[in-house]
Every structure is written in structure tokens, then in C-alpha cells.
Design a protein around this ligand. Sequence first.
Ligand code: HEC
Length: 143
Amino acid sequence: MRPVRLLRPLRSLRSLLPAPAALLVSCVPLFLAGAAPARAAGGDAAAGKAVFARCAACHQVGPSARGTFGPHLNALFGRRAGGTPDYAYSAAMKASNVVWTEATLRAFVKSPGDVVPGTKMRFWGLGNERQIDDLLAYLRTFQ
Ligand code: HEC
């Protein structure tokens, strides 16, 4: 009898705990977001990694990156369009005279065919400016 009596109040206490605990946990991301550095100069590279998932079917980044379905995207900023040696670009890309910068990349991921008419990159385009900021911040980490 005794242990049961003791356990009951304990159990009811435990059933009260999850609510405040859940509240605390849900506050953590909010706090972290507030503490994150301003995104003015560039986006959030960690969030950009998730955006890059849309590119990753065709593009590689990182130490072992190589040209696959699309060219690798390491050291992209300042790179000439059509400039990696291990990838067979379209004639349009090779002749485009585009240099990849914050501005040209932003325009290209929004609408590839407007920046390089005739490109063989088939991508419907990213419309969300914040996602583009984040994506570019992520790509910068491979510079
Ligand atoms: C369906 C496949 C596919 C997807 C998805 C895709 N790309 Fe591409 N991308 C290509 C191909 C193919 C090329 C080569 C285009 C050419 O030669 O005309 C290319 C070229 C590029 C280039 C030019 C690189 C160079 O060396 O000049 C950049 C930059 C680029 N893509 C960025 C991106 C980004 C960023 C994303 C995601 C937001 C993305 N691509 C999504 C297939 C893709």
C-alpha cells in the first residue's frame, strides 16, 4: 500500500512536466534565431544547405566535388561561366562571357535562361529572396 500512495503524487507531478518543458524547447529556436548574426551581408549558410538540396541532384560541392550531371560549384564566386575543365558545357554557357558574382548568380538561380539564353540547365528557378541569400551564403563556404 505504502509505495503506491507515494507513487501517485509523483506520477501526477510528472504528467504536469511536459507542458512547460515543451514550451521551453519551442522557445530555443526562437532564441537562437534572435541571436543569429544579421543576414544583411549574406544569408544563413546552414539554411542554405537545405536550399541547395534542390541543386544537389545535378551539382556537387565540397572536397570531392566533380562535374556530374552539372558542373561542380566550388570556388564559384569570380569564376567564369563554363570554366570548369571536367564538364561538357553547352555552347551557350561557354560563349556567355558571364562571370559568377553575387548579382549574376542571384539572377541565374531566379531564371537561368534569362541570364544564359540556351543554357542546358533545366531549373524552374528560385523566387524567394531569402532562400537565395541563404543559398549564396552556403555556396560561399566552398569558396
Ligand atoms: C536538373 C539539373 C540541375 C539543377 C536542379 C540545377 N542545375 Fe545548375 N546546371 C545544370 C547544368 C546541366 C548546367 C550546365 C549548363 C550549360 O552548360 O548550359 C548547370 C550550370 C550551372 C551553373 C554554371 C556553372 C559554371 O561552371 O559556369 C551554376 C552557377 C549553376 N548551375 C547553379 C545552380 C544552382 C545554384 C542550382 C540550385 C538552385 C542549380 N544550378 C540547379 C543542371 C542543374
